[in-house]
Design a protein. Sequence first.
Length: 333
Amino acid sequence: MEPGPILTLRDVTRRYGAREVVQQAGFTLKPGRITCLLGPSGCGKSTILRLVAGLEPLDEGEIAIGGQTVSAPGLTVPPEQRGVGLVFQDNALFPHLTVRDNVGFGVQSLGKVARQALVDELLARLHVDHLADKWPHTLSGGEQQRVAIARALAREPVLLLLDEPFSGLDGHLRAQIRRSLMLDLQSVGTTVLVVTHDPDEAMAIADDLILMADGRILQTGSPADCYDHPASLVAARLLGDALEVRVTMNGATAASPFGPVPAGHGATLIVRPRDMFIAREGMPATVLSVRKIGHETLATVESEVGEFSIDPGSTAVTAGQAIHLQLRARVPN
């Protein structure tokens, strides 16, 4: 029998005055998986994290952890009784404590020997055991992050919440640290909810995605499903460039600027620039500019559906050139 969800949100609403910052949000988290809550800054992502952690009350709806209701109107179970670990963007390590003492801070109830064994295990698992006697201010951003996560894991939470965990890291190390840390968390087996505004980050680390904008949950599912089958143009654009193209239904096919496409998409197509290629016929477009970015060439083109960039592939194009575009395959719904 499949285990039940670790976290369940049902129609959760949070207001600040008359403004609804979270509106009827609902989703579930499966045990042992890494889920990314993706959306632009100010859309309510961090508020959801605070609601789940018990740092704020909700106004409507219900939050359950492990099947037990922890938040409802008039009910807010204290954070320390939820079995949740929360790591903020700034990591919030105690500056007057060593790395070892930071990690062991929340488990003072354990005996000295048991606490030391637990701390040593976590430091080793997160590859910071060589920093045990260091002070937080002497650590790099990535090292501080690992120590903060070790401290959160020391209490053996059923759910770990990470708020923009990689935003403060240097760009050239970010992908490497992100990949290494996610592998470490997967090995621990903890259920993780990561808040991020970075679509590349979300696609790289998530087992499951939750897309959010303007206080509302737009779509949930696997990264591939959310990318290839977006629920709306807004959801599609959270994961990259996307265009909305009107079509005219005609039985089993639909007329589009690219030519006939299979029917079943409704009155519009959601098309990503990568879905297009230069062909002998199709939608007319004009090349506005061509630029080299590393090993890639990008051509900015203008057409009846707007201005966007495409990869011209092996086709040589120049600014001012008239071209035609077709679709590579079935377009996302």
